[in-house]
Design a protein around this ligand. Structure first.
Ligand code: PEP
Length: 250
């Protein structure tokens, strides 16, 4: 059975003091045992977060990494560096990386390869822009992002992949895809994986929804059969809200 996952993308928020405070608050919460809980603080706080969470089941992920092992890449962080501080999960392809840091599907394909070679789990983000949806091109855009960024990997590597469908128009905007829109896209994604790989792989991969998930809408979205959890931005910075979202599965 595929995993239920709720991952918090803290983006460029929380210094070290705030990181400890938020994690302390989270550790006080009762979190459903059925759900894998992940937090992704900024690079500077990964090691501290990992240590603070050692006595819990909460995992720590990075928000990005470089595709090369080391060298003259000022300001970048490699997979080996993440592994060396105990982080073996990485978010790749977030829409903010695609839009503000010019990450292309081709670049992401190479980051995915590096992550897999380093035994990491990838939370692979993708999703259409508002114009794509308005022009009824959203399925094509999503398919292309998957084909170019991910569908070169071997079947065996899918056990290291989590998908995060995040319509760009719903990220940080307060506007969410309706549960029906999320379900429609998630089931489309699963079909494309079944066509390219196998229905076993398609059924096993967790597909998270991301885009203004809040305690008030999580239950309805997570109630859809092809939605296996969420990638949470803003609401992951409040322990009460994040815990309520984790516990929103029926
Ligand atoms: C995100 O950044 O991945 C995200 C979904 O943000 P928000 O929940 O704030 O829309």
């Amino acid at each position: 059975m595929r995993k239920k996952i709720v991952a918090g993308n803290w983006k460029m928020n929380c210094d070290i003091t705030q990181t400890y405070e938020l994690l302390d608050q989270l550790k006080e919460k009762e979190l459903s045992d059925d759900v894998e809980v992940i937090v992704a603080p900024p690079f500077t706080n990964l090691q501290s977060a990992n240590q603070a969470l050692l006595d819990t089941d909460i995992l720590v992920a990075a928000q990005n990494m470089h595709q090369v092992a080391n060298g003259a890449f000022t300001g970048e962080i490699s997979a080996g560096m993440l592994q060396s501080v105990g982080v073996s999960t990485v978010i790749l392809g977030h829409s903010e990386r695609r839009a503000m840091f010019w990450e292309t599907n081709e670049l992401l394909a190479s980051k995915v390869n590096t992550a897999l070679e380093n035994d990491m789990t990838v939370i692979f983000c993708f999703g259409e822009e508002l114009e794509d949806r308005k022009s009824d091109n959203h399925f094509n855009v999503v398919k292309e992002q998957l084909e170019e960024g991910l569908y070169h990997i071997e079947a065996a590597s899918w056990s290291h992949i989590v998908l995060a469908y995040e319509p760009v128009w719903a990220i940080g905007t307060g506007e969410t895809a309706s549960p029906e829109q999320a379900q429609e896209m998630h089931s489309f994604i699963r079909r494309t994986i079944a066509d390219k790989y196998s229905s076993d792989i398609a059924q096993e991969v967790s597909i998270l929804y991301g885009g203004s998930v809040k305690p008030g809408n999580a239950k309805e979205i997570f109630g859809k059969p092809d939605v296996d959890g969420g990638l949470i931005g803003g609401a992951s910075l409040k322990a009460d809200d994040f815990a309520a979202i984790v516990n929103a599965f029926e």
